[in-house]
Design a protein around this ligand. Structure first.
Ligand code: AR6
Ligand code: MG
Length: 341
């Protein structure tokens, strides 16, 4: 009998997780959706207090742990999720990273009211004027942007390429370079993508080996973005210490740069690897770039635990018009299907 596509697919061995158990396809699909909806949820939770410092959040809300009213409504997302959607659209349609297609989707999805960074606005304008995707981001801020825009949107790449580290790194660098050509901007995208792939490959029923997780990230740091090395050493020390939020932010940062936010998101995830709500509440209450730190933490936690770990009260509050919650959920399903066809 000639095997059809279905029989070829099921005869392929299932991927093994680090303790050798089979990770079920249903769990992998849930993790893929979790990485995308995790970005969305963390972004929406953090956005109303973007730019607040820790003390301002405490005095205004004590703690942010529910979806607050926001300019575009409760549960609405920002540029973080909008650009993440563009990357997921390209991967789920093309089955590979394509720079020109991604640039086209950045333009197609662009909504000026979603809070884009100054540099990203300029690059999207250049792209819309026909500047090629691999030229438009050059020389922003002199030496290229190291804003955290390259890392905030990377979840689809982290899950899609989780089985092929070389392809993951190449896709992360190429996706970053559309807007972020500074080595720290590219490096932040690579570290966050790798961290998402490690979270994705981990078995949520087995305690996460945090030291091994951080060691793998450190192994992939290139000399030109070595600034991440000491930040990841701080993450490890902080996980074993009892510093308060102020102390954590003093060491790791909480700003709009990659180097000042990716390590903090990794810390928040590793502090609560079994609890989506606790990880994302910690991230958002660190102050500073709360939507993006929330989005990156949510991506990591969703990639490990699956979308069902996202608190229902948060999920239910997410905007659900065109390109809203249902659309992003289906995008996660399509991305999983494309990665496994
Ligand atoms: N030198 C100095 N400052 C820089 C540099 C540099 N080389 N690169 C970036 N910055 P941007 P993004 C600063 O504009 O990364 C939204 O709120 C500079 O102040 O390239 O897409 C999202 O929610 C610059 O404006 O855009 C994210 O929080 C800022 O970093 C964030 O913006 C952001 O870099 C993402 O922004
Ligand atoms: Mg932000």
């Amino acid at each position: 009998m000639i095997p059809n596509a279905f029989s070829v697919r099921i005869s392929r061995p299932l991927p093994l997780n680090p303790i050798g158990l089979e990770v079920s396809p249903a769990l992998k699909e849930s993790k893929t959706i979790g990485a995308l909806l995790g970005t969305f949820t963390g972004d929406a939770l953090g956005m109303p207090v973007e730019g607040f410092d820790i003390d301002m959040i405490v005095s205004a809300y004590e703690q942010v742990d529910t979806m607050l009213e926001a300019r575009k409504g409760r549960g609405t997302y920002t540029d973080d999720t909008q650009m993440m959607i563009a990357i997921a659209e390209v991967l789920s349609r093309c089955g590979e990273f394509q720079g020109a297609e991604t640039a086209r989707c950045f333009i197609k999805n662009f909504d000026p009211e979603r809070g884009y960074g100054r540099g990203a606005l300029e690059v999207i304008y250049r792209l819309s004027q026909g500047v090629p995707w691999n030229k438009a981001g050059e020389r922003m801020f002199g030496g290229g942007s190291f804003g955290n825009g390259s890392a905030m949107r990377i979840a689809p790449i982290g899950v899609f390429f989780s089985a092929n580290r070389a392809a993951l790194i190449q896709a992360a660098v190429n996706s970053a370079r559309i807007t972020h050509t500074h080595p720290l901007g590219k490096g932040g995208a690579v570290i966050q993508a790798l961290a998402i792939s490690l979270a994705f490959e981990s078995d949520p029923d087995v305690p996460l080996d945090k030291a091994a997780f951080l060691a793998t990230l450190k192994e992939h740091i290139e000399p030109e973005w070595d600034a991440y090395h000491h930040k990841l050493v701080h993450v490890q020390e902080l996980l074993a210490s009892e510093l308060d939020l102020h102390g954590v932010v003093r060491l790791l940062g909480n700003d709009v740069t990659c180097q000042g936010s990716v390590p903090l998101a990794i810390y928040c995830f590793l502090l609560h690897p079994e609890d989506f709500r606790a990880a994302v509440v910690t991230a958002v209450n660190m102050g500073g770039d709360t939507d993006t730190i929330g989005a990156m933490t949510g991506a990591l936690s969703g990639a490990r635990l699956g979308w069902e770990a996202i608190p229902p009260d948060w999920l239910n509050a997410l905007e659900n018009g065109a390109s809203g919650r249902d659309y992003v959920t289906q995008l996660g399903r399509d991305l999983y299907a494309k990665a496994n066809n």
